[in-house]
Design a protein around this ligand. Structure first.
Ligand SMILES: [Zn+2]
Ligand SMILES: [Zn+2]
Length: 458
């Protein structure tokens, strides 16, 4: 490599090799920054409106590179006609997972210190993952003003069901839930869904118009294959696309790093002296054999293949970026667990697999069926059969809503790996979402009836 000239300037000797291309340091950085800039320029949403950005930061190499890059785009370019910075303001958001992974202890403080000293123009926010169980979480996330009677009622019920048994802390709840999920694939999925839900909620609370995710093209390729294997084909354009606009009414998701390889991130960080800011990621897949989860297996497969065939990742990523959302997607509905839109009528063909039920009292008075010994049913026993000998909710619970009707296919499948009463241990936002959507549906039906009546009268 030492004797190869840089493919761009042709004058310098190359120092960086990417696939079959050789760069000098300067040209490498120029190309790298160019990819980020062109991804921002390609965003239709940013073209319409420059706004506050939430930078999702795990502390891994990609997110550290993203912080550095973004900070350079927060200044106004003097050559630009419009005197607005590409990113006018940004907040770094870290979800602290140390309750689940003790190895992550202190990573949040390290990130905070780093942001405060190196990026004074960015603000820093850290939220512990167990806060997802905070009864107040959903409310704060939605920026709900004042009190809401329905909401108070729901919180009451959840607090009853969650605190009656013991004085568990939210950390206990988080650990308990994950300890009761048997497969790593289902764990990884749920853990990601919590993170995403939290990021979305925090972005709304902070008044951010955008969430920047630091997925590299290597991560994109792994995500695409593993998510399809997980039964997530339907929402794949939202999971891997450059820009997700219109899916979460007020927040646009952008993946500005999606054209950079993991290797490029490492190189960029090294050249800017920020590689020591990286916290090595740690989760269930770390130090585990490839067969421990679908994602871990896919990672092993793609990274291995890419070693011998260096265009593997870029080919998969390019294919992924061509995917567009299905035309029949109903954006008014989204999965109660993963927040993604889902295909209609899954419950119809999966009716025989009932996971659990959410109780639905008459009128607006509604609660989740989280009583002990009720409805904690697994897929196999058709829900609601625990202890009750299949007699349905044994207490005076009235009609029930099927949780499956509010979940995407993939989340439904994951529930089969929930042991014991793990379904009942899900955080309040899941029940809240079922409740909201159920009420919306009823409202829609009522309006429809009225419209038909009106038609008949004429
Ligand atoms: Zn060069
Ligand atoms: Zn889902």
């Amino acid at each position: 490599m030492k004797n190869e000239p840089c493919c761009k300037c042709k004058t310098e000797l190359s120092t960086v090799r990417l696939r079959h291309t050789f760069y000098c340091n300067k040209c490498f950085v120029y190309t790298f920054v160019g990819k980020y800039r062109s991804n921002l320029n390609r965003s239709k949403a940013i073209g319409r409106k420059k706004g506050k950005v939430l930078l999702a930061c795990s502390g891994g190499p990609s997110s550290i590179a993203m912080l550095h890059l973004t900070s350079t785009f927060m200044v106004i370019n003097p050559n630009e006609k419009k005197k607005v910075a590409m990113v006018p303001s940004a907040v770094v958001c870290h979800i602290d997972e140390s309750t689940l992974f003790g190895e992550q202890e202190g990573s949040s403080a390290k990130l905070q210190a780093m942001v405060e000293t190196k990026y004074p123009q960015l603000s820093f926010l850290s939220q512990r993952m167990e806060d997802v169980f905070d009864a107040d979480f959903e409310k704060r996330m939605k920026n709900m003003a004042g009190t809401n009677r329905d909401y108070e009622h729901l919180v009451q019920l959840l607090q009853q069901s969650n605190t009656d048994a013991s004085n568990m802390t939210n950390s206990d709840r988080l650990k308990d839930l994950f300890n009761n999920i048997s497969k790593n694939t289902a764990k990884e999925d749920l853990y990601w869904n919590f993170k995403f839900t939290m990021l979305l909620g925090i972005a709304r609370k902070e008044g951010c118009d955008y969430i920047f995710m630091a997925d590299s093209s290597t991560r994109q390729a792994i995500k695409m294959i593993s998510k399809i294997s997980n039964g997530r084909g339907y929402s794949i354009p939202f999971d891997v696309g450059l820009e997700v606009d219109g899916c979460f009414d007020d927040v646009v998701i952008l993946r500005p790093m999606k054209d950079m390889l993991a290797k490029e991130m490492g190189m960029y960080n090294r050249l800017h002296g920020i590689d020591h800011d990286v916290t090595a990621p740690f989760n269930w897949g770390t130090y585990m054999p490839p067969k421990s989860s679908i994602e871990r297996l896919t990672e092993d497969f793609i990274v291995g293949l890419d070693r011998d065939f260096p265009s593997t990742v870029s080919t998969i990523s390019r294919t992924a970026s061509k995917l567009t959302p299905h035309s029949n997607i109903d954006y008014s509905k989204s999965c109660a667990i993963c927040q993604m839109p889902y295909e209609a009528n899954i419950p119809e063909w999966r009716k025989h697999i009932t996971v659990t039920k959410v109780e639905q009292r008459s009128g607006d008075d509604q609660s989740s069926c989280l009583q002990e010994g009720c409805c904690g049913g697994s897929k196999e026993d058709g829900g609601c059969g625990t202890g009750g000998g299949g007699g349905g909710c044994s207490s005076d619970t009235g009609p029930v809503a099927d949780l499956n009707a509010y979940l995407c296919y993939s989340c439904q499948v994951n529930l089969k790996d929930y042991k014991n009463d793990a379904v009942e241990m899900l955080p309040p936002f899941v029940v809240q979402k079922v409740y909201d959507q159920e009420r919306e549906q009823r409202l829609r039906e009522q309006i429809q009836e009225f419209l038909i009546d009106d038609d008949d009268d004429e």
